[in-house]
Design a protein around this ligand. Structure first.
Ligand code: UD2
Ligand code: MN
Length: 582
């Protein structure tokens, strides 16, 4: 048996979830659908959400909805291996153009079969799992898309149909979020109309991924909603574990393991080892991290579900009824970003669990860079912070002062939802669900830009060249910009100078035998090398060497180098924190 028997009191008010959905339908301008559906039976309210109501056994095929057509063994990327085309002239130009437009090598994608096989990426134990197919809930797979390329979109659809057991798949709902590319108009509608169980609905204006997904949810007939991005490929057996877990525990929101599909070679990466789980840093950026020991101890086997503080956002399954009960999504969020952390906080704080299932693997093409503007992400994150983070939102605002000025609209309804569902506070979330996250102290006067007194207008700055490896580089001096981020430091009561906008956090240290400042990862017990004394007059002394940190004009990168030297009681050795540029 998978999973822990976590029983929670159910949330009353599932009926209200339905009201919310109906309100949303009206908002989405789906009057006809609304009338058609309001005649159907009301959603039953139950005292517990565990387990899902037993249903009459269904007959149906366990085989996938569509079987994969044969594929030549030497077809490009046929088994998910890397492909590198040797191109010249016009062909090379076309490839480059496709990358520019989609931030994915679509020229190559167009040459790889829509029905390719994938290499085995799950734990071999997953193959031994048995499922009670007739009793698992059926799912609607919802895929919102905006200006997606033909082959990545169609490969997603085929991959769902060719890996999902017929008996478990209610339908695939594609939601066109007001795309303006020609291939997504008639041609797409025609193509999809030939496929079983596939529906296409179109937004009448650009809704952004949150409302586009909700548009799909509003017409979904399945008991479980499974959301996917529009450039995914599903690994064999991906669906069963998700549905079984939700069948066991309705308030579990379950994510597959997200394997990386390379944007340039279409190689299907990922491994069968322990998956990573989700976290975030204090800029409210989603982060990946290894499963903590305390969680590993709770797992009964390597293929048990793993609880995760947050989700990446795009790929998850949730009971439709539970999704509605939880208040679906914040419809005030636009385009992209923030909804994943908002939903993660809400799931946990309001009594659900967020889990990753090691046997469910889905590949996702991470583009080279964002293919469309994501400027709305800031307002979306602010909405999440305002509703769910209580006083801890200040830690976010300190690290991103622009966020405080960002207009984020009205969140009254979302706050009411929080009260109605009697959700726990953010402190509980941090202490119980994400104890690995270091909570900054942010003592007044000891965080923000760390500005030099002698070299006016210059601040400590750290720009890690690789976000996945924060430590190991030198700290700079750069013109103060007041935007937090790379110029945000905190001087703690442990006498560390923490760079705590990223995860894992880095602390300023002195490079052995040299007079330069370098970043090391912070430790629970502060190493001597990371201890600095900040005197009242601003003099900053490295405790171990008793040398002063000085601003110099020695060039380093785009700025100057702060260096250690004998203390001379000069202003270049004096530092003070400022929250904003004024
Ligand atoms: C990640 C998530 C994504 C979403 C996002 C935060 C994964 C693998 N992906 O970014 O699902 O949670 O973080 O918001 O976890 N779309 C629309 N309308 C829009 C913009 C996007 O329909 O205005 C669609 C888009 O075509 C895609 C999905 O929404 O199918 C997610 O967008 P993305 O793929 O650009 O986001 P991604 O994967 O970078
Ligand atoms: Mn995506």
């Amino acid at each position: 048996m998978l999973g822990r028997a976590v029983r929670r009191r159910c949330p009353r008010g599932l009926r209200r979830g339905r009201e919310a959905l109906l309100a949303l339908l009206a908002l989405a301008g789906l009057g006809a659908v609304l009338r058609a559906r309001s005649g159907s039976g009301t959603v039953e309210t139950r005292a517990t959400v565990h387990p899902v109501t037993p249903r009459t056994p269904r007959l149906g095929r366990r085989e996938p909805v569509l079987s994969r057509p044969p594929l030549a063994a030497n077809a490009l990327g046929a088994q998910g291996e890397a492909v590198r085309l040797q191109l010249q002239g016009e062909e090379l130009r076309l490839q480059e153009e496709s990358v520019k437009l989609h931030q994915i090598n679509i020229y190559l994608s167009d040459r790889i079969s829509l029905h390719r096989r994938l290499p085995e990426r799950w734990n071999p134990l997953c193959r031994e799992e048995k499922y009670d197919y007739e009793n698992l809930p059926k799912t609607s797979v919802i895929i919102a898309f905006y200006n997606e390329a033909w082959s990545t979109l169609l490969r997603t659809v085929y991959s769902v149909l060719e890996t999902s057991p017929d008996i478990l798949l209610e339908e695939v709902i594609l939601v066109d979020d007001y795309s303006d590319r020609e291939h997504l108009k008639e041609r797409l509608a025609n193509e999809l109309s030939r496929l079983p169980k596939v529906r296409l609905i179109r937004a009448s204006k650009r809704e952004g991924l949150v409302r586009a997904r909700l548009l799909g949810a509003s017409v979904a007939k399945g008991e479980v909603l499974t959301f996917l991005d529009c450039h995914c490929e599903c690994h064999e057996g991906w669906l069963e574990p998700l549905l079984r877990r939700i069948h066991e525990k309705e308030s579990a929101v379950v994510c597959p393991v997200i394997d990386v599909i390379d944007w340039n070679t279409f190689e299907y990466l990922g491994n069968s080892g322990e998956p990573q789980i989700g976290g975030f840093d204090w800029r409210l950026v989603f982060t990946w991290h290894v499963v903590p020991q305390r969680e590993r101890e709770l797992m009964r086997s390597p293929i048990d579900v793993i609880r995760s503080p947050t989700m990446a956002g795009g790929l998850f399954a949730v009971s439709k009824r539970y999704f509605e009960y939880l208040g679906s999504y914040d419809t005030g969020m636009e385009v992209w970003g923030g909804e994943n952390l908002e939903f993660s906080f809400r799931i946990w704080q309001c009594g659900g669990t967020l889990e990753t299932h090691p046997c469910s693997h889905v590949g996702h093409v991470f583009p080279k860079q964002a293919p469309y503007s994501r400027s709305k992400a800031l307002a979306n994150s602010v909405r999440a912070a305002e509703v769910w983070m209580d006083e801890f939102k200040e830690l976010y605002y300190h690290r991103n002062p622009r966020a405080r000025l960002e207009p984020f609209g009205d969140v009254t309804e979302r706050k009411k939802l929080r009260t109605k569902l009697q959700c726990k506070d953010f402190r509980w979330f941090l202490e119980t669900v994400y104890p690995e996250l270091h909570v900054p102290e942010d003592r007044p006067g000891f965080f923000g830009m760390f500005q030099n007194k002698g070299l006016r207008g210059y601040c400590l700055d750290y720009n890690p060249p690789n976000e996945n490896q924060i430590d190991g580089h030198q700290v700079l001096l750069y013109l103060c910009h007041g935007m937090g981020q790379n110029q945000f430091f905190e001087y703690t009561s442990q006498k560390e100078i923490r760079y705590n906008t990223r995860q894992p956090e880095a602390c300023i240290a002195v490079e052995e035998g040299k007079d330069v400042l370098i970043m090391h990862l912070c430790r629970d017990t502060v190493p001597e090398n990371q201890e600095f004394i900040l005197h009242e007059d601003g003099t900053l002394v490295h405790k171990q060497t008793r040398k002063c940190v000085k601003a110099t004009k020695k060039e380093l990168g785009h700025g100057f180098a702060p260096l250690l030297g004998e203390c001379t009681n000069s202003d270049s050795e004096r530092w003070f924190f400022k929250e904003h540029v004024s």
